[in-house]
Design a protein around this ligand. Structure first.
Ligand SMILES: [Zn+2]
Length: 124
């Protein structure tokens, strides 16, 4: 597995023992290198490193990919959310339901429909 470097702008400045590398007379604190990381789609070794990158490049990234200049809208047609009543001790057919977060309308769901991540009433 190929190793990759943490993309954190200041990763090498955090003086932890595992970052201190090199031969006896030539030690430096180095950017972490691993087969994978837990943060930022496996690009950052820590939330600190992710935040450092964001602090330095976030504005440029947003401007590059398109800054929102007006609000996005979630309309009534796409406001259906699956939910369930955990207190319900009646049969499953009354336990699961869609609820429209705008109109508050509820529609019953089967357990299979509830568990099917492709099943939706939303039109988008
Ligand atoms: Zn890092």
């Amino acid at each position: 597995m190929a190793l990759k470097f943490c993309q954190g702008s200041n990763c090498h400045t955090y003086t932890t023992k595992d970052r201190l590398r090199g031969s006896k007379d030539n030690k430096t604190f180095q950017t972490r290198r691993r087969s994978g990381f837990y943060y930022g789609k496996s690009n950052f070794c820590s939330l600190n490193c992710q935040n450092d990158w964001w602090e330095l490049h976030g504005d440029n990234a947003i401007n590059h990919f398109g800054r929102l200049t007006e609000p996005k809208h979630l309309t009534e047609q796409d406001a259906w959310i699956k939910d369930y009543d955990w207190r319900s001790n009646v049969d499953d057919s009354h336990r699961y339901y869609f609820v429209n977060k705008i109109t508050k309308e509820q529609r019953p769901l089967t357990k299979e429909q509830y568990n099917d991540s492709n099943y939706t009433l939303n039109e988008r």
